[in-house]
Design a protein around this ligand. Sequence first.
Ligand code: SF4
Ligand code: SF4
Ligand code: SF4
Length: 202
Amino acid sequence: MSNEKQENKRTSRREFIQKSMRIGLGVGLTAVGGLAAFRVHAEDSVWQLDPFKCVACGRCADYCVMTPSAVKCVHAFDLCGYCDLCGGYLKPNSNARSTAAENQLCPTSAIRRKFVEEPYFEYEIEEDLCIGCGVCVKGCTAFGNGSLHLQVRHNLCVNCNECSIARVCPADAFQRVPASSPYLIKGEWTKDSKNKKQPPTE
Ligand code: SF4
Ligand code: SF4
Ligand code: SF4
């Protein structure tokens, strides 16, 4: 097969993967959003953090009234480069690009690394293991596209009257958002002002 044909095949495969991932994330968040709407039906706003303001300081892990924190890492797959050398997954200067625990940046091994095809790898968050520490977010923002970011998960957040993380957030990233659109997700859809504060619906 010619190099051009191989490249086209890789590109379409990657586009397909990214589209599938986007839909997967969208379905997950729509379901969570539905739960949130159910839980806060008597209220019209909930707490959410702006991922463009967040500096991944670590306080989201330590100051939430919930243990572990209601703040979790989410992954905007359509921003991800599917990098082999992922700054959000691997420790700097790790011995090898492998899944060995000593190479992983995440303190709870909450990020799953899966081979897709040369040279692409997919990174998925296991939210049950995530403590919202933001270490991966810092790595991804410094060395990658910033596709890993934090969000308050509304199936876990009890929507405190005064969010204890908001009080200590050094970036003033916490704000009240409408309960009907409770996520501020990074990703392709945020380029469209119509969808700026909406999770994907497809
Ligand atoms: S406290 Fe603020 S800056 Fe720190 S991780 Fe949470 S949202 Fe980001
Ligand atoms: S509102 Fe309460 S439960 Fe929700 S993120 Fe803030 S401190 Fe945690
Ligand atoms: S590094 Fe921290 S924020 Fe990222 S997945 Fe692991 S526990 Fe969650």
